[in-house]
Design a protein around this ligand. Structure first.
Ligand SMILES: [Zn+2]
Length: 311
């Protein structure tokens, strides 16, 4: 908080106005507003007894949950941006040292999201208990009793334990890997140092680097208007998948996801444009083109256009 010397606080400086107490300074009010925007105020959680019949208790808890969910979606947007920054660094120089810092930001964002998810879980538990007739004589301390052990447990985990099975981290690592490698990305544990408690779970399932495929499973060429199914997570070119859903509907068949082995039945409302994926597909095409050009420069033969990225 900025320290501000005003005439009110310096009685020598002015003749009259000295009655405003520092407590109600505008800075303090401003700060309260900021905290409120995050959906987490003392007022939401003032010490008081609440039960199912307490006026607005459940709606208020719900509002808080919704605000936390909004924060989570902002964090997820941030994760995308951090990933893109790392990709750009890796593209400028393989294993660029600053990538470590960017990766740390990525971890921090994952942690924040996890902690918020826990808070939401605790609020959900409290709401369910209220509905079941439970009364909380001190909602704030009940909340803390429920949430602090969960948070402490999570924060005490090693990086490897926290992120080894994280889909986002696997995606982060694969995206970085493919900038300078054409082989499959190794399992992510290779980037996650082992903590003291990790010995025993060495053989656990480890999310392998998934090689992202930028070809639409329907058109078999690189994505155009990359679109993701919320049901199964598979990706397609936008027009191709919408056509598929339309023609299935016309012939009264279920619109099955065209990815081999996937049994999801899709509706148009399950489809969402995925500009971040499209951007990566475009970058992939650009890098492929650059590699090709480099190869051709080494050759004396006439370059034969291989324009698979021009679809
Ligand atoms: Zn699918």
């Amino acid at each position: 908080m900025p320290i501000r010397i005003t005439s009110e606080e310096a009685p020598e400086a002015g003749p009259s106005r000295r009655s405003v107490p520092a407590r109600s300074s505008p800075e303090l009010d401003g700060e309260d507003d900021m905290i409120e925007e995050e959906g987490w105020t003392k007022e939401t959680f003032e010490n008081r007894s609440i039960s199912k019949s307490t006026h607005s208790a459940i709606p208020q808890l719900r509002t808080t949950m919704d605000k936390l969910k909004e924060v989570i979606s902002r964090i997820e947007e941030g994760l995308e941006i951090v990933k893109e920054t790392a990709i750009a660094l890796e593209d400028s120089q393989q294993d660029e040292p600053a990538i470590d810092e960017v990766e740390n930001s990525f971890f921090k964002a994952l942690d924040q999201r996890e902690l918020l998810t826990m808070k939401i879980g605790v609020l959900e538990d409290i709401i369910n208990q209220l509905r079941a007739g439970e009364e909380y004589s001190n909602i704030e301390s009940s909340y803390e009793q429920l949430s602090i052990p969960r948070e402490t447990e999570y924060l005490g985990k090693s990086k490897r334990a926290k992120y080894k099975n994280s889909k986002e981290y696997a995606d982060f690592r694969s995206a970085l890997w493919e900038v300078n490698h054409s082989t499959a990305c190794p399992p992510v544990s290779q980037w996650l140092e082992k903590g003291p408690d990790d010995e025993s779970d060495d053989d656990d399932f480890d999310v392998g680097g998934v090689t992202q495929n930028y070809r639409c499973p329907i058109t078999l060429v690189l994505f155009e208007d990359a679109t993701t199914s919320n049901k199964c997570g598979h990706n397609y070119s936008g027009e191709a998948i919408r056509d598929l859903v339309d023609s299935a509907r016309k012939s009264r068949r279920p619109a099955k996801c065209p990815v081999t082995g996937c049994s999801a039945v899709l509706d148009k409302t399950d489809l969402k444009a995925n500009p971040a994926l499209q951007k990566r597909a475009d970058e992939f095409a650009r890098r492929e083109k650059r590699r090709e050009d480099e190869r051709e420069e080494g050759d004396d033969t006439i370059a034969i256009e291989d324009d698979e990225e021009d679809y």
